[in-house]
Design a protein around this ligand. Structure first.
Ligand SMILES: Nc1nc2c(ncn2[C@@H]2O[C@H](COP(=O)(O)OP(=O)(O)OP(=O)(O)O)[C@@H](O)[C@H]2O)c(=O)[nH]1
Ligand SMILES: [Zn+2]
Length: 297
């Protein structure tokens, strides 16, 4: 019996899968069975590789995914590094809430990075920071300084954890990625996916090592579409609304006009931001009317 090895798909090139394992990168093919089942393995998949009697490596099993993203396709992302720009395009809590709802729905955790702070005054930065502090209270950590972010990612990206950048077009995702990649190539010269070098035929997502885990080299979520979120599940995607809703009189309270609604009480006490509650109502109406716009990357 030839040895089976567990690993993670770090890139896909013309039907070949590069699997990072304890024994280094193993280039494999996928068994036809995956194609037949329409279970095409993706970058980020946790897989098992086994050589056949001719020594050709085959991907023989793919573990269930914790989440799956499209455009570009990526499995098992644990965190999104959401890039929001201070200006060009302007910082918007409305858009931020939409992203946060989407990622909560996708079950991906979020850390926020505020880019282009060099283009605004210190007063404007203070204003944005005071808004972001409110999001920090909800549970969304944020960074405005590249060095702080870099240090955080180095120390906190956990073993085998996958991170992916996201954000509106023009906020600086590629700029940030290039900077992170440059850092890593300077600091850990020995890490390289040597098999890949110069062989990219199509531009596909791949993972580069960062901290103890990985960052995807292409931003994800090129568009966010909220229209498939169910009306009833939306409320729990706002974490602080979910938190306060435990005290609502009705278990199915939608926090609109129901009596003894703890969310409304929290809103009146300013324990929930008006802007967050308004985002909830607005997105709810859009879903109800089926007229959610698609936010392009
Ligand atoms: N001044 C300043 N400019 C920045 C910063 N980050 C990015 N830019 C500029 O903003 C523009 C857009 O940056 P990109 O990195 O291409 O943005 P992106 O998010 O990858 O954009 P898409 O590819 O359209 O999704 C470029 O001209 C960058 O040079 C920053 O921190 N400060
Ligand atoms: Zn309620």
């Amino acid at each position: 019996m030839l040895e089976k090895i567990a690993g993670i798909v770090v890139s896909v090139i013309s039907g070949y899968y590069d699997i990072k394992t304890d024994k280094g990168i193993i280039r494999s093919r996928a068994r036809g069975i995956f194609r037949n089942l329409k279970q095409k393995p993706l970058v980020g998949d946790r897989v098992v590789v086994q050589p056949d009697d001719k020594g050709i490596n085959y991907l023989v099993a793919v573990a269930d995914r914790t989440c799956e993203l499209q455009r570009p396709a990526l499995a098992n992302a644990e965190y999104v590094l959401l890039v929001m720009s201070a200006t060009q395009p302007d910082f918007s809590v409305d858009l931020l809430d939409r992203y946060l709802v989407f990622f909560a729905w996708k079950k991906v955790k979020v850390v926020i990075f505020l880019s282009k702070t060099d283009l605004i005054s210190s007063d404007e930065l203070l204003k944005i920071k005071s808004k972001l502090n409110e999001y920090q209270k909800i549970g969304y950590q944020y960074f405005v300084d590249y060095q702080d972010l870099e240090q955080y990612l180095q120390n906190n990206i956990d073993s085998d954890e996958i991170w992916v950048l996201a954000g509106q077009s023009g906020v600086g995702k590629s700029t940030l990625l290039n900077r992170l990649k440059k850092d890593i190539s300077q600091k850990t010269a020995e890490i390289s996916f040597a098999l890949n070098r110069g062989k990219h035929t199509t531009r596909q997502i791949s993972l580069f090592e960062y901290g103890k885990g990985y960052i995807a080299d292409t931003p994800g979520f090129s568009s966010i579409d909220l229209s498939n979120i169910k009306l009833d599940e939306l409320k729990d995607l706002f974490y602080e609304i979910k938190h306060f809703s435990k005290e609502c009189k009705f278990r199915q309270c939608q926090h609109i006009n129901e009596p003894k609604c703890a969310v409304k009480v929290a809103l009146n006490n300013h324990d929930i931001l008006d802007s967050r509650y308004n985002s909830y109502i607005k997105i709810r109406e859009e879903i109800a009317l089926g007229r959610i716009p698609e936010y392009r990357k």
